[in-house]
Ligand binder design. Structure first.
Ligand SMILES: [Zn+2]
Length: 449
């Protein structure tokens, strides 16, 4: 279902025609920038029983009701900020600015074509079956999003070590009985909740296969390279590295939940195989970029630390010693590879992949975008909210900002999603090694004070 409206900018009076495609979410905060003056205009839609909206609208149209009466009768309401609504008589005036808006799909910057709605365009690009999968996944988010603050609270009780209140909260809010106050049972409860709420943001089958692989490898190392694995676990325990990394991993979920709205169209790129090739500029119909800058940087920092674990495991597999990296030397014979895992922890993220020689786990290249990460970390980034173009400068040389790169906000959200998925995947490794410290055969391999 779509609602056509025409809005006059509160700052410069420029008029923009909007076609608002309805999502099944009960609250839909949409935003776009006035093309003439850049003012951020908001359309806040509320829709009662949004998941049945399409069917009810079709029924009303079939009963011969006028579009306006249909919307008013369907429990759909909206308020406008920074603009006022102008009465619409018939078709849009093609001379005016036009935007398509839809929370769930990327929308093309372009002109109005009757009937070619964001939804129809999306179905055209992904096919009906994949578009339905996308809607199903978003349906799960629609059902879950109001619980995000409680998931965050549960995580917070865990990371602060309030295990008693954690168990009470899990029972009260998630109907989850924690078996006992032993850490392995508390962990099981925590990860049951986290996996369920994070599911729509991950790729199908990503988690289970990985958990099997990580667990299988850890068990194999504990049985067949016992002393070496014990030394690795001992170092993880003594340095508190694993525990602090687990806390950092758990911090990435809140920002992902907070970014749910702009991630919705980015999720569509999973099913849109034409996107990468087409290079069409597409818009995100919700919040702006600035809020999601820090998120990327913080998440990349977590990845940076996770790679230490990955390197340790890789070294154990390849050379039977978590500190033993494959030797890399410069032309002059200087050793470039780190002498120990501890030294590797200090290697910059951009150079960390050089010393991961085990093919055991491959990092998604989209998740490891060092240029973008550096640009964000060093504030070498600009955002134009009218075009939704992010410009960044991977190298700041002299006074001139050379070698600029541009990406759309949609691409940025997509990369953020890829980074999140990688961090979430490697969180399974953190979890697995954590269990190795808690339960046998690993638990007794570690000397404790
Ligand atoms: Zn304006």
């Amino acid at each position: 279902m779509n609602i056509n409206m025409s809005l006059k900018c509160g700052e410069c009076s420029n008029q923009t025609n909007c076609r608002v495609g309805m999502s099944n979410r009960d609250v839909q905060p949409l935003k776009f920038s006035c093309k003439k003056c850049g003012t951020l205009i908001g359309i806040h839609v509320t829709a009662k029983g949004a998941d049945t909206l399409d069917n009810r609208a079709i029924a009303a149209f079939q009963a011969g009701k006028k579009p306006k009466d249909v919307y008013l009768n369907q429990g759909v309401n909206w308020t406008i900020t920074n603009a006022s609504e102008v009465g619409l008589d018939g078709m849009f005036d093609p001379k005016l600015d036009f935007v398509d808006l839809h929370l769930d799909f990327p929308v093309v910057f372009g002109s109005y074509v009757p009937g070619n709605t964001p939804y129809m365009q999306a179905v055209g690009r992904s096919g009906g079956r994949m578009a339905a999968f996308h809607r199903q996944r978003l349906g799960l988010i629609n059902d879950q999003y109001k619980k995000y603050p409680q998931v965050v609270e549960l995580i917070s009780k865990y990371t602060k070590g309030f295990y008693g209140p954690f168990c009470d909260y899990a029972k009260k809010r998630f109907k989850l009985q924690v078996k006992s106050q032993r850490m392995e049972d508390i962990n099981a409860a925590l990860y049951t909740v986290v996996s369920y709420y994070v599911l729509p943001f991950t790729l199908p089958d990503d988690s289970q296969a990985l958990v099997r692989k990580y667990t299988g490898t850890a068990v194999d190392l504990m049985q067949n390279k016992k002393a070496a694995m014990a030394a690795f676990l001992q170092e993880l325990f003594d340095t508190d590295f694993l525990a602090s990394l687990q806390r950092d991993c758990l911090k990435v979920y809140k920002p992902i939940f907070d970014a749910e709205l702009p991630l919705r169209p980015a999720l569509f790129l999973d099913v849109d195989s034409t996107y990468a090739a087409a290079k069409t500029a597409m818009r995100v119909s919700s919040q702006d970029f600035m809020e999601y800058r820090e998120v990327y940087k913080d998440m990349a920092e977590v990845l940076n630390r996770q790679l230490v674990l990955l390197a340790g495991m890789g070294n154990l597999i390849e050379r039977g010693d978590h500190n033993a990296f494959a030797v890399r030397t410069s032309k002059t014979g200087k050793q470039l590879s780190p002498a120990s895992l501890n030294e590797y922890a200090d290697v910059a993220l951009g150079n960390k992949l050089h010393d991961l020689d085990s093919g055991w786990h491959t990092i998604d290249p989209l998740a490891h975008d060092n240029e973008l990460r550096n640009a964000i970390a060093h504030n070498k980034i600009d955002y134009d909210d009218v075009t939704q173009v992010i410009t960044y400068y991977p190298k700041l040389e002299g006074m001139e900002r050379e070698k600029k790169r541009e990406i759309q906000l949609l691409d940025y959200m997509h990369r953020l999603l890829a980074l999140f998925r990688e961090v979430h995947r490697l969180h399974h490794l953190v979890k697995c090694l954590n269990y190795a410290l808690l339960i046998e055969p690993g638990a007794s391999m570690v000397k404790r004070p």
